[in-house]
Design a protein. Structure first.
Length: 225
């Protein structure tokens, strides 16, 4: 093979590799992003190809959060405050007319250092005092206790995870009328504590429903609106 043929082969290989890279980049773009008209992302802000709405358009914005998604999003945001390395749970207590009364997340009681108590799920020596369970306060309890002494009677409690047995008792005793949860804890076997939780809530007349959100994700960016 002479030098001219070698040059042609090398050029073809380079062009072929470049074309393959471009094709792969297009194929692996999120299809939702590709179809939504979202363009490039610069400085943390996503630029959109479609023009901004007309300042003379009298109609309201579409795609805003429903009340259920709004309160559950606050519960998820509260969960981000949890120091628990294994599971972060958040809760949001709401009045009958949609006023937030209290929020909470799983953590240790006030005044108890989260650097001096264990966060482990299991103890190497089998000592339960070397795990988090004897010390942690659940998100539901904190949300109810953070209401500034306002009554929780007749209110709704949004929680990222279905409440356990002990939390169910406190929910009932505080007078909460409805529990809206996002996910139920997945267990290998039937857990008596969660079976009892459902039974107690049902007997006490507390409504329980699993939230089916209208949005699958919510992005919060700290920037000028």
């Amino acid at each position: 093979m002479n030098s001219r043929d070698l040059t042609l082969v090398s050029s073809a290989a380079v062009l072929g590799a470049l074309a393959s890279a471009i094709a792969l980049r297009f194929l692996f773009v999120d299809p939702k992003r590709r179809s939504s008209g979202v363009g490039s992302q610069k400085n943390g802000r996503i630029s959109r190809k479609h023009p901004p709405p007309s300042p003379f358009d009298p109609s309201k914005r579409k795609g805003y959060l429903s009340w259920d998604d709004y309160f559950m999003a606050i519960a998820f945001l509260s969960a981000e405050r949890s120091k628990d390395p294994n599971r972060q749970v958040g809760a949001c207590l709401v009045s009958e007319n949609g006023v937030i009364l209290g929020i909470g997340y799983n953590g240790f009681p006030r005044g108890c250092s989260d650097d001096k108590l264990p966060w482990a799920k299991k103890s190497k020596t089998g000592n339960p005092l070397e795990t988090k369970y004897p010390y942690v306060c659940h998100a539901e309890v904190n949300a109810i206790l953070n209401t500034n002494h306002a009554s929780a009677a007749g209110q709704r409690l949004y929680v990222t995870m279905f409440p356990c047995n002990e939390c169910a008792k406190i929910i009932i005793q505080s007078g909460v009328s409805e529990v809206i949860y996002f996910v139920e804890k997945r267990l290998n076997d039937t857990d008596a504590a969660y079976v009892a939780s459902r039974k107690l809530l049902s007997m006490a007349g507390v409504k329980v429903r699993k939230l089916q959100p209208q949005m699958d994700h919510l992005l919060i960016q700290f920037e000028d609106p």
